[in-house]
Write a protein that binds this ligand. Structure first.
Ligand code: ZN
Length: 354
């Protein structure tokens, strides 16, 4: 049966009732399921929601281990839906210089406020309409929050406002309609959104964010034993990424450098990002390449290499034959190891942590 209700993620107007007589809708475009609540749920009166949950301790442990690589000293963290602040307190134990704030609409905010930094006693949806605060959180955490939101898109707009330019959002939601490998439908009345991996990514990508991690199969509890985790950051235009990578090559290689290996890796990972005016010599052992013109310079045979003519390092672009080439350059041509830069080392050094 067609309905006037639209998919809250992709705006598809042809959503269908997933089951007769139940208020679940499904969207064929993005695989999302959702419910339209009859009345808003008031979280303000709730208290001690995690108190007797046997899964709670292992859940906090598991989440903190996932977040650990992101815990830089003095980082500013906001946990949305921080409950009593157990996760935040654990993170502070791991890295005491952190600033950990929270957002929690239930009465648990009072307990969290005694353990964390500032705890705002509101929901993320209320934060949207509250006065703008200056926030620049390096990490925003939201475990099992997005499935509660009537408008996840609006919630995400607010979260982006609170995120630092280079900040990241780490979230977890139940996967699909059940969030479970054995229970087919999640009938928790607080849950309104049931994300497919497509709808979850779409939510973030439509908001101008780049998904850098997406994985399903996480166990939250006996009921929610199939959950999805996602990490997103503000999207960077491809043109800016090219600029950053080009600057990185220039900085790493210095004002003068040469290249050994004019093969696939050179054309894929080096040639588009180097400035030819910094290039001195090009070498390749392949006779069919020798004498050809690349970036305005002739490709030379390795025997033509003269150590005293080099004014900068030599970048070895082959990864498959890297070891052999380095051996040749150091043993036969007499280059010092400081004069040889393997492309693999250059790329590894550029990998962001984590
Ligand atoms: Zn949709």
């Amino acid at each position: 049966m067609a309905s006037k209700v639209k998919c809250p993620i992709c705006d598809n107007a042809s959503v269908k009732h997933a089951f007769p007589a139940e208020a679940f809708f499904s969207c064929d475009h993005c695989g999302h399921y959702f419910r339209v609540p009859e009345k808003n749920i008031d979280y303000r009166l709730q208290l001690g929601r995690n108190k007797n949950n046997p899964w709670h301790v292992s859940k906090i442990e598991n989440r903190s281990l996932w977040i650990e690589p992101f815990l830089k000293p003095h980082a500013k963290i906001l946990e949305i839906g921080c409950a009593e602040g157990d996760l935040g307190a654990k993170l502070l134990e791991m890295e005491p210089t952190l600033q950990v704030d929270g957002l929690e609409p239930s009465q648990d905010a009072k307990i969290a406020g005694q353990r964390l930094g500032t705890v705002f006693p509101i929901s993320i949806e209320e934060a949207v309409s509250s006065p703008e605060r200056v926030c620049d959180y390096d990490l925003i955490l939201a475990f099992h929050v997005f499935e509660h939101l009537a408008s996840p898109r609006l919630g995400l707009v607010q979260i982006r406002k609170m995120l630092a330019k280079e900040g990241r959002i780490l979230i977890e939601v139940p996967s699909g309609l059940g969030g479970s490998n054995h229970i087919p439908i999640d009938r928790n009345p607080e849950h309104l959104q049931f994300f497919s991996s497509s709808s979850l990514c779409l939510l973030f990508e439509r908001a101008g964010m780049e998904v850098i991690f997406l994985q399903s199969g996480y166990v939250e509890s006996l009921v929610y034993d199939r959950c999805t985790r996602l990490i997103a950051q503000q999207a960077t235009p491809a043109s800016r990424k090219v600029e950053v990578f080009t600057d990185y090559f220039t900085e790493y290689l210095g004002p003068k450098f040469s290249i050994y290996g004019i093969g696939g890796m050179f054309w894929q990972c080096v040639e588009p990002y180097i400035d030819p005016q910094h290039l001195e010599f090009l070498f390749d052992a392949d006779k069919s390449k020798q004498g050809t013109n690349v970036l305005g310079k002739p490709v030379l045979a390795p025997e033509r290499l003269r150590v005293d003519e080099l004014r900068g390092p030599i970048l070895v672009t082959s990864i498959d034959y890297e070891k052999e080439i380095i051996e040749l350059l150091s043993q036969k041509q007499g280059l010092r190891s400081s004069q040889i830069i393997p492309l693999s080392t250059l790329l590894e050094a550029q990998l962001h942590e984590p």
